[in-house]
Design a protein around this ligand. Structure first.
Ligand SMILES: *Cc1c(COP(=O)(O)O)cnc(C)c1O
Length: 353
């Protein structure tokens, strides 16, 4: 037996590593990234700004300016506080670390896989409650399960990944009211969604909101935020590693996220393209496309594995859920730039034509 196998705790041995496929020379539509780079006219001043960063020093421990930048970018009210993470994944981990060993984390299924993975990393139980056949929350079943397993944290992605829909607002509010858990509404896709829970956070001490800049053009920065009531942020902040937001991320965020207009304009392009993709996909027989409020579409086909393989042949990378029990024969495609989307559409039209 290898050293590591007898040394490692069983839960970690059993975890399937988070797989990131190679995407060299591919049209990359698998990870909900934005297709837009930093605008050309900003590159010089941006580099100048980076050149002034004091890399010999530790970063600003609280990243105060980044907090202000995000506050104005996202219109976060003053009565709420912000906790910054190295991606929102780090904040999911931090909330999980705040629980006692053996506590339960509850999520809906299918949803973002990191809720379950991080629960396992941090010695918690994960309990998934199935969505109904239209990927909506079944309120009665979910409340029953909440009362039965008494979760410490409930994660609800709004809109949901990988299904793309935003759940019923009243359903989520009822879950928040009816449960003693910390209910985390994960708005990673807020920029593409009509509605938000930002104005509800101050009404519920057991509610927190997660956001990230990953899906609005800055996945490479690794910067996420938890927006919650001051008491919650103060206590959770004790678990944050010092200097978790590095100097280059802080400098970049303060330069690139100050100007809201190009972020809003890019989001508008993606929402338009999502509409175009949806309409065109609807015209193809033998496939089902689900309505989405995020920057991706879930598409059900008759044989996802072979479609995926033929897309790979054309150097188009999407996410395949061929064998997933609730997403059988589904693929998830990120909305890219107009040209990328057209290539994806052309491929599907000729594949099914
Ligand atoms: C992509 C995604 C995240 C991850 O965000 P990072 O800030 O990149 O760690 C969080 N939640 C959901 C629902 C996501 O889809």
């Amino acid at each position: 037996m290898k050293f590591i196998d007898q040394w490692l705790r069983k839960e970690v041995q059993d975890i399937k590593a988070y797989h990131v496929p190679s995407s060299i020379n591919m049209i990359k539509l698998d990870a909900m990234e934005s297709p837009f780079l930093v605008p050309q006219d900003l590159i010089r001043p941006y580099l100048e700004c980076l050149s002034e960063a004091a890399l010999n020093r530790y970063p600003d421990a609280n990243a105060e300016e980044v907090q202000q930048t995000l506050r104005s970018l996202m219109d976060i009210p003053n009565e709420l506080d912000i906790l910054l993470g190295n991606g929102s994944d780090e904040l999911i981990q931090l909330m999980s670390l705040a629980c006692e060993t053996g506590d339960t984390v509850l999520g809906v299924e299918p949803s973002f896989v990191m809720y379950e993975m991080i629960a396992k990393f941090t010695r918690l139980n994960y309990h998934g409650v199935l969505l109904d056949e239209n990927y909506q929350i079944n309120l009665n079943t979910t409340l029953e399960e909440i009362h039965r397993v008494k979760p410490k944290i409930i994660f609800i992605a709004y809109p949901n990944n990988p299904t793309g829909n935003a759940f019923n607002r009243e359903t989520i509010l009822t879950i928040i009211k009816e449960s003693d858990a910390l209910v985390v509404v994960d708005e990673a896709y807020y920029a593409y969604c009509k509605d938000s829970f930002l104005d509800e956070v101050s009404n519920y001490p057991n509610m927190a909101l997660l956001r990230t800049v990953s899906k609005i053009g800055f996945a490479g920065l690794r910067l996420g935020l938890l927006i919650a009531n001051k008491d919650t942020v103060r206590e959770l902040d004790k678990l944050r590693l010092p200097y978790n937001i590095n100097t280059l991320t802080q400098a970049s965020a303060n330069f690139l996220l100050k100007e809201k207009s190009h972020i809003v304009a890019n989001a508008r392009i993606i929402v338009n393209e999502r509409g175009r993709l949806f309409e065109e996909l609807m015209k193809i027989s033998n496939i089902t496309v689900y309505p989405s409020q995020a920057n991706f579409l879930l598409v059900k086909v008759d044989d996802a594995a072979s479609l995926f393989a033929s897309l790979i042949e054309s150097r188009i990378l999407v996410k395949s859920f061929a064998k997933h029990p609730q997403l059988k024969n589904c693929i998830r495609v990120t909305v890219g730039n107009p040209e990328e989307n057209s290539q994806f559409l052309e491929h599907l039209k000729s594949y099914y034509g």
